[in-house]
Design a protein around this ligand. Structure first.
Ligand code: ADP
Ligand code: MG
Length: 695
């Protein structure tokens, strides 16, 4: 008996695994038997059903018995460049379709594949001028009595390959690993197996690699995916319930400072802002460290929620760190924070890489001495030299822009910090719960009152002129605009040229309108200066590379022109569009595109035209791009899922969550006999490690 994750033998013990294969396996993250067992096939080749030649369409697989009718040659004249073509006829008994096998580089088949004989054929077909053809095929002689040979009827795993690895080697190795264990230990309880029609762990892992039928493959996948999700939920929940030991109960009351700040606002908070503040306050007052994601569409007012919530901690003599992904944004937050909070007597400081020498030294001393309440900055906040007196609360804006390690580095600076992550890249709720495990989520769904949805126009070359006129009208009304060029290459050279040309062109178009060019090669001071001028209305439009993508808040800007819009991803487009429509003024977004659009680009532009709802757009993004998004999530270290898909297995996520809840409620120590398999799996070879936050 063994656990799926308990086989520690090195892969080099398998026959056929020499230094080259070892290195190639390592690239796939495989060094032990268990690692190999946990390698998931990309797909499976299904040869279990007859697919006769009649009725096959392009790219479908033929899987049938054929009789060879004739040999012929085609291609360049008579001579060496000719290619053998074998004409065959279906003899499976299901019609009598015909097919030409094109034997590129395989003219030798003329000798072995005999006219009049019966073969088993497997291959992908295409239709060429009415003729059904196949150039990638496998042929095996049929048995004596004209029946299928053993290659028929199998479902074969197709694994991801690296280096010298072949499907054949991996399959052989996989079979050897499976054969080295007589039975794998069960990881699920008997009642779950029964209730959800699962296989045993042993049956599932074997059938997943070498399925006897498509039905059993589905069942194996379901079993392994549910097992995986169940342990994910179980581990996350146990972690949480350990933390919750001594949670305070009763409502949390806003402090005088918070109320005073809310009174000074020229507008009222939205309902969602109030709800989020209540949720955050409750977390801050509980003895368990807060771990909360504040998600809300661009312009929904997250920053304000962050500032007000910070006041709750300040009245308990704690310090707050507010981290932004870029210097520009950090500066803007520092300014908005100062405007809101300094009149309440709060001491703010701004720390980025560009604060140097004496100024920096004094600032660091003040932070350490507790003379500063709120420190705003970039990742410079978590460099080793920064020490806080009593860091209680960490706020991270646009959290997805920071790596996991960077966040951890900042968290280490506090004893038990409360953490608020803010994101304008909304994650559908079902996903966020799973992806972030025990992270709680607050959502700002409603926009501040009086906002009008941005009107989006798709613009091709013919309508470019009209667009410039429309933007000109906005200038006459005293409003402002952005013209954005995408980053095209990494060196930034060619987009710089493009953006320069654009800038000159627009100066001609609007000779009397003051403008500025802003791009990533400008130094920080210059950028800040330009943005100040823009904010003050002395510049009417900015021409830029995508530096304005995140966070910038200029309510008087009403036009966003995006050139080469087809080259931006949906979330970037949505972010950019979010730079306008930030006041009661009607705003416009112009998406300029070229002639040759890919299907995906067309879909993206259509979604942008249709909707202003970031949640809808995020969901469409997932649909258009497929689960590639989630690969990113995997790599960023939130979780590693082998079998379950967060998009396709939503019902399983629900089941896993309920079961984990139920078990932990009725038997938190997993002591009941029925739960023994779970306890043993967690103790011996857990699919997910329990994290310990004490460290
Ligand atoms: P986000 O960070 O979510 O994109 P911001 O916090 O930058 O959004 O807010 C966008 C703008 O809306 C800011 O100018 C802010 O002052 C303003 N704002 C925030 N909350 C409200 C509200 N309840 N009513 C009106 N305006 C608001
Ligand atoms: Mg923001």
């Amino acid at each position: 008996m063994a656990y799926v994750r308990g086989l520690k033998q090195p892969i080099t013990e398998l026959s056929g695994v020499g230094p080259a294969a070892k290195a190639a396996y390592l690239e796939l993250g495989i060094s032990t038997y268990s690692d190999l067992l946990l390698l998931s096939p990309r797909t499976w080749e299904d040869r279990s059903e007859v697919h006769p030649l009649g009725g096959l369409e392009d790219a479908q697989m033929a899987n049938t018995l054929v009789e060879v009718l004739s040999h012929s040659y085609f291609g360049l004249k008579a001579g060496k460049k000719r290619t053998l073509k074998i004409l065959v006829r279906d003899v499976s008994g299901l019609g009598d379709g015909r097919l030409s096998l094109l034997c590129f580089g395989r003219n030798f088949l003329e000798k072995t594949i005999k006219v009049g004989r019966i073969y088993y054929l497997y291959g992908s077909v295409n239709r060429n001028r009415g003729e059904l053809q196949c150039s990638q095929f496998e042929l095996y002689p049929a048995t004596e009595d004209g029946d299928f040979p053993k290659q028929f009827g199998q479902i074969l795993p197709i694994y991801p390959l690296r280096g010298s690895l072949s499907q054949r080697l991996i399959r052989t190795n996989m079979k050897a690993v499976l054969a080295s264990v007589d039975t794998f230990e069960d990881e699920m309880t008997a009642s779950m197996r029964e209730n959800y029609h699962l296989l045993s762990t042993d049956q599932a892992i074997r059938a997943y690699h070498f399925p006897p039928s498509v039905e059993v493959l589905h069942q194996a996948h379901r079993t392994l995916a549910l097992t995986e999700l169940f342990y994910l939920q179980l581990v996350a929940r146990r972690h949480k319930s350990l933390q919750q030991r001594s949670t305070r109960t009763g409502p949390s009351i806003p402090t005088k400072l918070e109320l005073k700040c809310i009174e000074t606002l020229p507008f009222s908070l939205t309902g969602d802002q109030i709800t989020s503040l209540t949720e955050i306050r409750q977390d801050l007052d509980s003895d368990m460290p807060m771990n909360r994601l504040l998600q809300g569409d661009v312009g929904s007012g997250k920053t304000l929620v962050a500032w007000i919530s910070a006041l709750h901690v300040l009245s308990q003599k704690g310090q707050v760190a507010f981290m932004a992904p870029t210097e520009l944004l950090a500066r803007q937050h520092a300014e908005s924070g100062a405007a809101l909070l300094e009149k309440l007597g709060i001491r703010l400081a701004f720390l980025t890489g560009s604060v140097k020498n004496k100024e920096r030294r004094l600032l660091l001393e003040a932070i350490k001495g507790g003379e500063v309440d709120i420190i705003i900055g970039t990742h410079a906040l978590f460099s080793a030299e920064v020490a806080f007196r009593n860091l209680r609360y960490v706020i991270i804006d646009e959290q997805h822009r920071f790596g996991v390690e960077q966040r951890l580095a900042l968290l280490e600076k506090a004893q038990v910090p409360d953490l608020l992550l803010m994101t304008a890249t909304p994650i559908p709720r079902t996903l966020s719960l799973t992806v972030f495990g025990n992270l709680n989520v607050s959502t700002l769904r409603t926009m501040p009152a009086g906002r009008k949805p941005v009107i989006t126009h798709l613009v091709n070359e013919q309508s470019r002129k009209r667009m410039y006129q429309a933007v000109g009208v906005e200038f006459q009304r005293g409003h402002q605009a952005y013209f954005v060029y995408p980053r095209i290459d990494d060196s930034g050279e060619s987009d710089l040229r493009d953006v320069n040309n654009m800038y000159e062109f627009l100066k001609n178009e609007y000779p009397t309108v003051p403008s500025a060019l802003i791009h990533s090669k400008l130094d920080e001071e210059e950028k800040v200066h330009i943005l100040k001028e823009y904010q003050g209305g002395r510049i009417a439009y900015l021409v830029s590379t995508s530096v304005v993508e995140v966070g910038i808040d200029i309510p008087n800007a009403t036009c966003m022109v995006i050139e080469h819009a087809d080259r931006f991803g949906l979330s970037a487009l949505h972010q950019l569009r979010g730079r306008v429509g930030r006041s009661v003024l009607q705003s416009y977004c112009f998406l300029v595109f070229g002639d040759e659009l890919t299907d995906e680009a067309k879909q993206r532009l259509k979604v942008m035209k249709e909707s202003n709802d970031g949640f809808y757009i995020a969901e469409q993004d997932l649909l258009i791009r497929g689960p590639g998004e989630l690969t990113g999530t995997r790599q960023s270290g939130y979780l590693k899922l082998i079998y379950a898909s967060l998009t396709d297995d939503l019902p399983l996520i629900e089941i896993a969550r309920n079961e984990a809840d139920h078990i932990l409620e009725s038997d938190p120590g997993l002591l009941q006999v029925e739960h023994e398999p779970i306890r043993a799996t967690l103790a011996n070879a857990p699919p997910f490690e329990e994290e310990h936050s004490e460290a």
